[in-house]
Design a binder for this molecule. Structure first.
Ligand SMILES: [Cu+2]
Length: 151
């Protein structure tokens, strides 16, 4: 069917795009002041606001379309201390043009270290996903965009 071919071509273009995005990220330097996404080391994704600094760490980079558990670190941006919340709210979504966003089923459990959480999710499609972290009920959500490749 034409649609299927179109989708395959679409994904191929996306994959090339991600490669460019990833290499672009690696050239970025610290962005803590303006709060944009940066790649701290090759495979960590970090974003900071006035209040919080969040870092997403994949076990085996790059991010791929499969079920996996990631470490999420949440720190107080001012003191540098890990947050003490039992859990944080994490939403993993992919905005889709002309439709409602895709939502990845996500569970969060407390990690072994202070301020660390285990985020189990499944990126169901290659492309740019938005990881939205809300460290506490009164906090603003912190969104970072992460590129996901086909596994
Ligand atoms: Cu999608």
């Amino acid at each position: 069917m034409g649609l299927k071919k179109f989708m395959i071509g679409f994904f191929a273009l996306f994959t090339i795009g991600f490669a460019l995005i990833v290499s672009g990220c690696q050239r970025q330097t610290d962005s803590q002041s303006n709060g944009t996404l940066s790649s701290v080391e090759q495979a960590q994704f970090q974003k900071a606001t006035d209040q919080y600094q969040v870092t997403l760490i994949p076990d085996t980079p790059p991010l791929e379309t499969k079920a996996e558990t990631y470490v999420l670190q949440v720190k107080d941006a001012k003191t540098g201390q890990p947050v003490t919340a039992e859990t944080v709210d994490v939403k993993v979504i992919m905005p889709m043009s002309g439709g409602s966003p895709m939502v990845a089923p996500t569970t969060v459990t407390k990690g072994t270290q202070p301020g660390e959480y285990q985020v189990k999710t499944e990126f169901t499609m290659a492309g740019d996903w938005t990881v939205q972290v809300t460290p506490s009920e009164s906090a603003e959500a912190i969104s970072m965009t992460v590129p996901v490749q086909d596994s």
